[in-house]
Design a protein around this ligand. Structure first.
Ligand SMILES: [Zn+2]
Length: 83
């Protein structure tokens, strides 16, 4: 049946009407619209977090980031690659 597509985000199949194709890492994958919307919302949160970190960096004027912050940045970067 071609009416269902496997959603790599949810790890389950959805009706094809709810699916959209996205290109990530040079590969085409299917994701449901809901997961795309959720990722977009969290990306906006992340961007505003990134902006506040950048502002913090400017005020810190070259001081190294606290360890917890640099670890968080690594997590965010990995997450971005995955999406
Ligand atoms: Zn899904």
């Amino acid at each position: 049946m071609a009416t269902q597509r496997f959603c790599y985000h949810c790890r389950r199949s959805h009706p094809i009407e709810e699916m959209r194709q996205i290109v990530t890492g040079g590969r085409v994958r299917w994701r449901c619209r809901r997961s795309v919307m959720a990722a977009r919302a969290s990306r906006e949160e992340r961007d505003s977090f990134g902006r506040s970190v950048a502002a913090m960096n400017r005020t810190a004027a070259g001081k190294p980031l606290p360890r917890c912050v640099s670890e968080l940045l690594v997590i965010l970067r990995d997450d971005k690659e995955w999406h």
